[in-house]
Ligand binder design. Sequence first.
Ligand code: GLN
Length: 206
Amino acid sequence: MQMKSRYFLLSVVFDMKIAVAALQGAFLEHEKILDKLGIDYFEIRKKKDAEKDFDGLILPGGESTTMGKLLNELDLFDILKSKIENGLPVFGTCAGLILLAKEISNDDKRYFGTMDITVRRNAYGRQLGSFGTIDSFGNFEDVPMVFIRAPYIEQAGEGVQILSVVDGKIVAARQNNQLVTAFHPELVGDNTLIHEYFINEIVNQH
Ligand code: GLN
């Protein structure tokens, strides 16, 4: 069955609160989408923020090495990792995807490592560092996608549901409470579909 993006009637639980990791990168753009959807959020900048109760976490795009460093320096890493392991819904875009990956094929570093995927950083090379396309995500067609020095998923474990494949590469996937996209759904203007998916299908179900 073909479903359109308006399939999502946002059924936001009244006191739902989303945390946005605001350490580096494109966090403001995620916040703009949450504003559009009328979803309450706050920024995680220090340990006290991470210790709060919240219903979902967004890890934005940016530079995974810098974010990983800041997560450690600001003492956020262990708290967030244990929340994710305990089922906190999390949505990682681009660098956020890299932070969640269990394996990074072309880098020695590992971050949360909570999702059973192997990713390749900067996988499209310098020439193809940035590009836009329109492709499908799960049952949805015509989803605009912007890639910026993006990774892709080279391998996904059994428990991982593949949601988008572009040019033969996996670029969106879900494993229970964890959703990742190699592209930036927060940089395509009015299209709020992927955030709606995260809220409706993951945050609201946990
Ligand atoms: N190239 C970045 C990294 O490896 C990710 C790029 C992005 O988030 N747009 O962390």
